[in-house]
Design a protein. Structure first.
Length: 236
């Protein structure tokens, strides 16, 4: 076992490093340990803290968005939010904060997946909330650590780049299903083809149009994604 050599003292030293990094001292250190413990390492693992942290991060992201980008429409905010809470981006934040150095896993460090990184990021905030019982404290820490990064990502409009990935992540998470793409027709002469591709998931469908299959798929994914967001906002 890789962690065989990792003594308790080293773990405790690591904990104080994390506390320094986030600027918060835990009253209950076991919460901090739990937030970083993968189930391969300990039966006291991060799942429940991650579950709570998921909600906390949701709230913090939405609040930050409304605060910093008041001019954006609701549907654009929804699009940005879904990017910000994707495991891809949460894993990026975890790496940005170098949390990967502290994760307690049985397997080798280089095998830590994107989803584990994202989970630990969520669990950490779940742990801070549980320990402090104060959302203001959590918000302060979140702002100090992540705000600059989040704002730059939004300003670069990275969330706009790939609707296909976005829709897939969203539908996997919500329904455990992937959207289906189907070529409906191809029109026009050889060098000026126009592709019509249908995207569908859970009975929601739209046709995307583009000069390549890829573009038509992106267009269709965007339309379906927006239709789902409207549906959610309009109440079930
Ligand atoms: Mn998660």
């Amino acid at each position: 076992m890789v962690l065989g050599g990792q003594t308790l003292a080293l773990c405790l030293k690591n904990f104080s490093k994390i506390e320094q990094l986030i600027g918060y001292t835990f009253k209950d250190k076991s919460l901090l340990e739990r937030a970083f413990s993968h189930k391969s390492y300990s039966s006291q693992s991060y799942e429940v803290l991650e579950f709570l942290g998921d909600c906390v991060i949701n709230l913090l992201m939405v609040e930050l968005l409304i605060d910093k980008f008041p001019a954006k429409s609701e549907s654009e905010l929804a699009l940005i939010k879904s990017f910000l809470i994707s495991s891809e981006f949460l894993a990026e934040l975890a790496e940005y904060l170098e949390l990967d150095n502290f994760i307690l896993v049985k397997q080798k460090k280089e095998e830590i997946s994107q989803s584990v990184l994202a989970d630990v990021f969520e669990a950490l905030f779940g742990a801070i909330y549980t320990d402090s019982k104060d959302i203001k404290t959590v918000k302060e820490i979140f702002k100090n650590l992540c705000e600059t990064k989040i704002i730059s990502v939004i300003e670069e409009e990275r969330y706009k780049k790939d609707y296909k990935t976005l829709l897939q992540e969203f539908s996997q998470q919500k329904w455990r299903e992937r959207p289906i793409y189907r070529v409906v027709s191809v029109e026009g002469p050889e060098h000026e083809k126009t592709f019509f591709i249908e995207c569908s998931i859970k009975g929601i469908r739209a046709i995307g149009i583009g000069s390549s299959k890829k573009r038509a798929q992106q267009d269709a994914a965007m339309k379906v994604f927006e239709a789902i967001q409207k549906d959610i906002q309009g109440g079930d």
